[in-house]
Design a protein around this ligand. Structure first.
Ligand code: GDP
Length: 197
């Protein structure tokens, strides 16, 4: 898929205020600092589209972008930032849960995982929530350029093996680097395929 246009639409704290669910939608989520904004900017070829946040975990908004006037890309607030209060964590949980359950045009959630780290409880819990609720999701391993290809491959294999302990069916996964544009074609191709279904 070629990206002809990518525009910011709106930010919301309430799911009801999000754009009418008339177009297919793809949401991106992960731990703070996982590289979500960088990946979105890389995919859309738009340097400043998603704001790389200087204060991780600060903004808890659902950000809608419209791509090629045909699908929505959604930047969801990150999780797992240690300095966020219990209150905001709960608020985040309620908003995200509501979004995931109610957004009828949600085609797939991209769960971003830092390819350098071993499986973290907070990510596994989030993945489990998606799996048990039957919400379609894939994994995107980020920052692959930060280590050797064989190291990334090993980490990803370990990660998928860890998931295989709990799940019969493993999610599709992508290896990405915003720096080197790794995974861009594959992810856009995947979105294009799902859009055509
Ligand atoms: P977010 O908080 O998940 O939106 O993460 P950001 O996109 O703001 O990225 C967090 C930090 O990781 C920034 O310093 C980015 O420059 C860096 N980063 C993100 N993606 C990559 C990548 O693919 N390669 C490298 N080397 N650095 C990255």
């Amino acid at each position: 898929m070629n990206i002809q246009s990518a525009k910011f639409l709106m930010s919301n704290s309430r799911v009801e205020a999000c754009p009418a669910p008339t177009l297919p939608e793809y949401a991106f989520i992960g731990r703070s600092n996982v590289g979500k904004s960088s990946l979105i900017n890389m995919l859309t070829n738009h340097k400043g589209l998603a704001k790389t946040s200087s204060l991780p975990g600060k903004t808890q908004l659902i950000n809608h972008f419209i791509i090629n006037d045909t699908w929505y890309l959604v930047d969801l607030p990150g999780y797992g930032y240690a300095r966020v209060s219990k209150d905001s964590r709960e608020k985040w949980g309620r908003m995200i849960n509501f979004y995931l359950r109610r957004r009828e045009n949600l085609m797939c959630v991209f769960v971003l995982i830092d390819s350098r780290h071993s499986a973290q409880a907070v990510d596994l819990e989030f993945i489990e929530q998606l799996g048990t609720q039957g919400i379609p999701f894939v994994l995107a391993f980020t920052k692959a350029d930060k280590q050797s290809g064989s190291r990334t491959h090993q980490n990803v294999t370990d990660y998928m093996q860890k998931l295989a302990e709990s799940w019969d069916e493993l999610p599709r996964h992508f290896i990405t680097s915003a720096e080197e544009k790794t995974g861009r074609e594959e992810i856009l191709e995947f979105i294009g395929e799902v859009n055509r279904q």
